[in-house]
Ligand binder design. Structure first.
Ligand code: NAD
Length: 427
């Protein structure tokens, strides 16, 4: 049965949030005129319990399944690791496997700068900003006590308040006094943890500064929580010095040009966001932090660096903020995230961040190598051909057969796929 679209076209649906996912879905189906197959599809929540889905976000009607692939060949700090990656984009998992295969003997080496998050408290209308800054800094002990009292669990685990800094920002409406609370959030990403502290501190900061407090929230530019990875690929293992030099040139292009750097870093985030998502972490928080960090000099640039080492090999490194956790948000409650964390075998947020940095570097290596040699489309299109084949209507084993024809004909296009499908079906 198809419910005619337009039978109820008002988006004002009183009490929508109080309904069950299925009741909401029926209402949405009526609004949009979904057919039975679409309703049945959306009602199938796959391996996420509808009760849990309904608690994770608001107004749930279904779930969006994204494939989880596993990247092989990764050796990180001497340990072999299988990397679960959740992504809808073809070639992303293969790129990590390929990069890691070319330096498996040595692998990747990683480190972090710490687990520190920053919460900001904004004070405005401050008569004497410089004096206010000093008055707030004098209160360090009181600030520490107030922050730590917000989260005794965190403190019992060795985390909690670490420091306070006060910045003066010149703005069109005057100098703002911005207090930074620096907090060790251990194995949590820490957004809720530090936001609670910032809100708790706000009245005191208003009093000490003599101004009015507005915003009280974490900064996603988590530059006290940097993850780093480095790796060396032997020139002889990657196709020789010409390939190496082409990759260096590709890196230098990204380092010099924001137009190129945006795409370069997008490729890095293909790998990073896939692991962040697979582990139930906040992809938007990590993306925001990465891009803000890439622009920290005032000019947006590459998150990775490539050099020729003393032996003539390709030495690569990455550094970026990685605020990820094993606790909090969906990490602890989403069963797929728990299973992915189990595959990774991580027991600390720090180890997770280190692994993710290595994945970002591997991803970038493969992209630069493809770009500097055959071009990105050759490898990409082989997998993309399958998507095009499906879009043309191929099902089952037709998908591979049509995709093969598209690649053979070096023309991965819908019209070519439709013709190829007719041929396949015609025998
Ligand atoms: P949370 O508040 O759910 O859990 C963290 C708490 O767990 C800690 O405060 C601590 O009390 C407790 N805990 C138990 N064991 C711990 C351990 N081993 N290490 C650390 N803490 C432990 O989660 P959170 O990490 O504070 O917040 C993450 C969520 O906040 C994510 O879902 C994110 O999407 C969301 N969020 C993000 C932003 C942003 O990025 N701008 C803003 C608001 C909310």
């Amino acid at each position: 049965m198809t419910i005619a679209a337009g039978s109820n076209r008002s988006s004002r649906i009183a009490g929508f949030h109080k309904l069950s996912p299925r009741e909401r879905l029926d209402l949405v189906a009526g609004f949009a005129g979904l057919d039975d197959a679409q309703v049945t599809h959306l009602a199938n929540m796959g391996n996420l319990d509808p009760v849990l889905a309904d608690k994770l976000i608001e107004n749930v009607i279904g779930t969006m399944n994204i494939p989880v692939g596993v990247a092989t060949n990764m050796k990180i700090d001497g340990e072999d690791v299988l990397i679960p990656m959740a992504t809808e984009e073809s070639s992303v998992v293969a790129a990590v496997c390929n990069a890691a295969k070319q330096n498996y003997e040595t692998g990747f080496f990683t480190s972090v700068s710490g687990n520190l998050m920053i919460a900001q408290v904004q004070a405005v209308d401050v008569a004497d900003p410089a004096g206010a800054r000093i008055r707030i800094l004098e209160k360090r002990d009181d600030i520490k006590a107030a922050c730590d009292a917000c989260d005794p669990v965190l403190v019992s685990l060795g985390g909690g308040f670490r420091d306070v800094e006060v910045r003066l920002l010149d703005t069109p409406s005057g100098t703002m006094v911005v207090t930074h609370l620096i907090v060790d959030t251990r194995d949590a990403m820490g957004a809720n943890a530090v936001n609670t502290m910032a809100e708790k501190l706000a009245p005191a900061i208003a009093a000490w500064s003599g101004g009015r407090v507005y915003l009280r929230i974490l900064s996603n530019l988590a530059d006290r929580r940097l993850a780093r990875a480095r790796a060396v690929w032997k020139a002889s293992d990657i196709g020789g010095e010409a390939v190496r030099d082409g990759m260096i040139s590709a890196y230098e292009f990204a380092a010099a040009d924001p137009y190129r750097a945006a795409t370069h870093n997008k490729g890095i985030m293909n790998g990073i966001s896939a692991v962040v998502l697979a582990t139930g972490n906040d992809t938007r928080a990590v993306e925001a932090g990465a891009h803000a960090f890439a622009a920290r000099s005032g000019r947006y640039t590459s998150l990775t660096t490539y050099e020729v080492d003393k032996d003539g090999n390709l030495s690569a490194s990455i550094e970026l903020p990685l605020a990820v956790g094993l606790i909090g948000g969906a990490t602890k409650v989403h069963p797929t995230a728990r299973a992915c964390l189990a595959i990774l075998g991580v027991t600390t947020a720090e180890r997770l961040a280190r692994i993710i940095a290595a994945v970002g570097l591997a991803q970038n290596f493969s992209a630069l190598k493809a770009l500097a040699t055959t071009g990105i489309q050759k490898g990409h299109m082989a997998l993309h051909a399958q998507n095009i084949a499906m879009m043309a209507g191929a099902v089952g084993e037709e998908i591979d057969r049509v995709a093969r024809l598209l690649v053979e004909r070096a023309s991965v296009r819908m019209d070519v796929a439709q013709k190829a499908l007719e041929e396949v079906r015609g025998g």
